[in-house]
Design a binder for this molecule. Structure first.
Ligand SMILES: [Zn+2]
Length: 494
């Protein structure tokens, strides 16, 4: 049996996540072969609009995930501020984005921000490449891959300043309640890995508020990055995972990975925006159906599951790396989490641990406790029961579970793309520690509550509904920050 098996019916599955590079461009056509050269963009002659995001959002919604999108910001610049940041674009001081400044551009970004439950706005760069001098283009924006040399720290700090300024043009700034993107992927894998040095890309990004990154480590052997294909690690607090491309090229429309899922060594699977798109909108439904089906194929493999979001992906990757799980006896599982690195807690990367139970017809996960505390987050799908354990500390745990004919008396259903990181409940009240993305329904099975409230103004309880016959409570929550909001939801019975 593969190492993911704890018993014949229980697996400790590897996460699966698609990431989508090169969103944010408005003009798709490559300028890579022009003289003087410009960015490669999407390698397809096309002007993008909000519907090209809608296609991806609909796939993600159907798959039940919040997919990681990585955005290039230069063509979103509505005030031509990049003329003041010459290393960020191919036009340097003569940057002129007037052709792209219009209502459609606003409509596009507003749409994306409104869909943060299913599409993550991650950061990919400003112009993708680097223009150190007039007429000179280097791969790539965040590290000089051609000369194996880091760009000066003060220059890259300017790129961050430019990013903040463009995001601010759309009201996506801290003063308006929005965090800097939590996820970063460097263009062309230009990652300056230097965890033990004074300066690294991880240090720069972590200081900016970024928590998660992924890149192809094999292009920077001179920097001695993690050597395993599914490797990863902390670089000054930034958690960076390795990823690979599986044969679908960056400029190919309607193109899925060519390597079978079971043969993919990395948890993070590279794609590019146009891979998800048809050549025209009327052909899109068939392409979208293929992507949704791909997620279904992942769900059918007992040793894999689609992580709901980037935070869940990184948390499970860490548990897979550092945590030892074994069956003690039927109904009892030992979890040794003592080797989890402290950096996972210091940088808020620790999260839910996911286990998967194969269920027969009529069977349910009826109860689960970890060191005596109830584990109340469940999901049943396609003949599997998923258990979402709370954030585990650096200690040993005993998980006791029961499989039976009934559902648990109290339970949160993990069918959204938010994370429920801990649940404390008794007869009087339950408190959910949650990280919410966008506007979503949280479903619970419980008695009718007298009150539901949030501890934060930027995490709103929009409405609640209770269905007596099924004991189903629906709490609609909305996170004001497009990068998500952590908070506590109290449900009170009196
Ligand atoms: Zn890219």
């Amino acid at each position: 049996m593969p190492s993911e098996y704890i018993s014949r019916r229980i697996t400790f599955p590897r996460p699966f996540a698609f990431v989508i590079d090169d969103m944010g461009w408005i003009q798709g056509s490559s300028l890579g072969e022009k003289t003087p050269s410009g960015p490669y963009r999407n390698g397809i002659k096309r002007v993008f609009d909000w519907q090209d995001y809608k296609h991806v959002v609909e796939i993600a919604r159907a798959a039940g995930v919040r997919v990681q999108g990585l955005f290039i910001l230069s063509e979103l610049d509505r005030q031509n501020i990049l003329a003041g940041f010459p290393t960020t674009t191919f036009q340097r001081g003569q940057w002129d984005n007037s052709a792209n400044i219009n209502e459609q551009q606003l409509e596009m970004v507003n749409y994306v921000v409104g869909q943060s439950a299913h599409l993550e706005f991650g950061f990919h760069g400003i112009g993708h490449e680097h223009w150190p001098e007039n007429g000179e283009q280097r791969r790539a924006e965040w590290y000089n891959l051609e000369d194996d040399h880091p760009w000066p720290e003060e220059v890259l700090r300017e790129h961050i300043t430019a990013a903040r300024s463009i995001l601010d043009q759309y009201g996506l700034s801290p003063s308006a309640g929005h965090s800097f993107p939590e996820t970063f992927v460097p263009g062309a894998y230009s990652y300056y890995w230097n965890p033990d040095g004074e300066y690294s890309l991880g240090k720069l990004m972590r200081e900016t508020g970024v928590k998660y990154a992924n890149t192809n480590f094999t292009v920077i052997p001179e920097l001695d990055p993690p050597a395993e294909l599914n490797g990863g690690g902390f670089d000054h607090g930034l958690h960076v995972l390795g990823r690979l491309n599986y044969g679908n090229l960056w400029h190919e429309l309607r193109s899925l990975p060519k390597v079978p899922i079971s043969m993919q060594p990395t948890d993070v699977v590279e794609t590019h925006w146009v891979n998800w798109l048809a050549s025209d909108d009327f052909l899109q439904p068939e392409v979208s159906a293929q992507w949704v089906d791909y997620y279904r194929q992942v769900a059918r493999l007992p040793e894999r599951y689609a992580a709901k979001n980037t935070a869940q992906l990184h948390a499970q990757w860490l548990y897979k790396r550092y945590t030892v799980i074994s069956l003690v006896s039927e109904g009892v599982i030992a979890i040794d989490n003592t080797r989890m690195p402290r950096e996972a807690y210091d940088n808020d990367i620790a999260g839910n641990l996911v286990l998967r139970f194969a269920l027969q017809q009529g069977e349910h996960l009826s109860s689960a406790t970890v060191n005596g505390m109830s584990v109340a987050v469940f999901l049943e799908q396609d003949g599997y029961g998923y258990l979402y354990l709370p954030i585990l500390e650096r200690q040993r745990y005993e998980l006791r579970y029961e499989i039976g004919a009934h559902y648990p008396e109290f339970g949160v259903v993990a069918d959204g793309t938010y994370n429920v990181l801990a649940v404390k409940n008794n007869d009087q009240q339950a408190v959910l520690s949650i990280k919410m993305y966008g506007r979503q329904d949280v479903i619970l099975y419980c008695d009718r509550p007298s009150r539901v409230s949030s501890d934060r103004k930027d995490l709103l309880v929009k409405q609640t509904a209770y269905d007596e016959p099924t004991r189903k409570l629906t709490v609609t929550l909305e996170a004001a920050d497009y990068q998500g909001v952590p908070g506590e939801i109290s449900i009170v019975w009196d």
